[in-house]
Design a protein. Structure first.
Length: 412
């Protein structure tokens, strides 16, 4: 009966199935499996899924939350959080609706962590259902993983070209800080990991970049970055409008800007920040897609005695004069918790972590609270979403069966 169906009808039926049902269909017969794992089928099914979700106003968010018995923090503009005795690490998919309903909970494969130096992995970015991790939460490692949680397959990247031994072999470098991001090249249907390394001694050497291609399975040097700049640490950055975005500062003067990297052309450019944002070391900067999904937003967090969060939106992408400040917040009542913005929601609200004041005071201070809330920018009301902290990251998410065609992908 299966063989008697015209191929175009079989295609149409399979295209309409959700990802989990589609994976089950790979066991029905060899022709179906060959059809489903074909690269063209995978890309077309993904486009249909995205289109269906838009028509039906379905937006998913993947929340990565980690809690531990002891947590320490270094007071820097990078807001570095260091955890020991991890008690819980959870990946959960939520609907971006009024109640933030949970769609599912995903178990991270323990086998992927067995040979790592860090207890937890840093979520670099999420693109079309693929999650990219870097091993750099506690200390730098050379392990990078691309994981599809819905089909439980992963690809471990080869070691990058820029490593500590390479930088330490150059006099006066003294190591480096690496910013990492993950995006999609829609011209070649390729997924790329981009790594930008700034020497710790910033006046002694250039900022260098390299790119990993999932299609070729290898790293390639991009040479020095122009304009020369220092990138803001290891926090999650932004893939938007076909480009990666990092908050950056020019080395020769206190010039803040957003460094962009076009994933297709592989060219670096810059976007200016609001004129009133003046660089200084305690300043925390985080980028997000704006609430209407048409431009970008900037979260400015100060953890000094002033303790504030400013939320800016660039009304017209790339135009400096269009930056508009939406709100400025201080410590929140009733417990004077410090707000740390994570991202915009589709309804225009902002997901925020409210953290105990001890978070940024001194090295070794324990965190006792981490409240995950949704902030209404008009009423300034906060809604507790009942997600654990103190470390948390949030990204848009789509179900897909990408990696199913990769022969080097490992099943878990």
């Amino acid at each position: 009966m299966l063989d008697s169906l015209p191929q175009e009808i079989t295609h149409d039926i399979l295209f309409r199935l959700p990802t989990k049902s589609l994976i089950q269909c790979t066991s029905v017969c060899k022709p179906w499996r060959s059809m489903i794992i074909n690269q063209s089928f995978i890309q077309y099914h993904l486009r249909r899924t995205i289109s269906f979700n838009k028509r039906n106003d379905i937006h998913l968010l993947l929340v990565h939350s980690v809690s531990g018995n002891r947590t320490t923090s270094v007071r820097t503009h990078r807001h570095t959080t260091v955890m020991s005795d991890i008690s819980q690490e959870v990946f959960s998919v939520h609907y971006d609706n009024q109640d933030f309903d949970k769609n599912s909970e995903i178990e991270f494969p323990s086998a992927l962590k067995e040979e790592l130096r860090n207890d937890i992995l840093h979520v670099v970015g999420i693109c079309n259902g693929l999650v990219c991790f870097a091993e750099d939460m506690h200390c730098y490692g050379n392990s990078f993983i691309i994981w599809n949680p819905f089909i439980r397959k992963s690809v471990t990247l080869p070691n990058p070209g820029i490593t500590f031994p390479m930088y330490n072999s150059i006099p006066n470098y003294g190591g480096f800080a690496a910013a990492i991001d993950f995006g999609f090249d829609d011209m070649t249907a390729d997924y790329k990991v981009v790594r930008v390394a700034t020497p710790s001694n910033e006046l002694r050497g250039p900022t260098m970049a390299e790119v990993y291609s999932l299609a070729t399975g290898s790293w390639r040097s991009l040479g020095s970055v122009a304009p020369q700049c220092a990138i803001y640490g290891r926090k999650k950055h932004l893939f938007f409008n076909g480009a990666l975005h990092w908050p950056a500062v020019r080395r020769t003067r206190d010039d803040h800007f957003i460094l962009t990297f076009d994933v297709c052309s592989e060219l670096f450019r810059k976007i200016s920040m609001p004129k009133s944002v003046i660089w200084r070391s305690p300043l925390g900067l985080l980028l997000s897609v704006s609430g209407d999904r048409k431009s970008i937003a900037l979260f400015v967090m100060d953890d000094t005695s002033k303790e504030y969060l400013d939320i800016w939106v660039m009304k017209e992408y790339g135009v400096r004069e269009s930056w508009t400040k939406l709100i400025s917040l201080g410590p929140q009542d009733p417990e004077k918790l410090l707000p740390r913005a994570l991202c915009f929601r589709k309804n225009g609200e902002v997901l925020v972590m409210l953290l105990d004041g001890g978070m940024y005071l001194n090295f070794g201070t324990a965190i006792t609270k981490g409240v995950f809330v949704s902030l209404d920018l008009v009423s300034k009301q906060l809604k507790n979403l009942e997600v654990c902290g103190p470390y948390c990251s949030v990204d848009s998410f789509e179900e897909s069966h990408l990696l199913l065609d990769k022969t080097d992908a490992v099943s878990h």
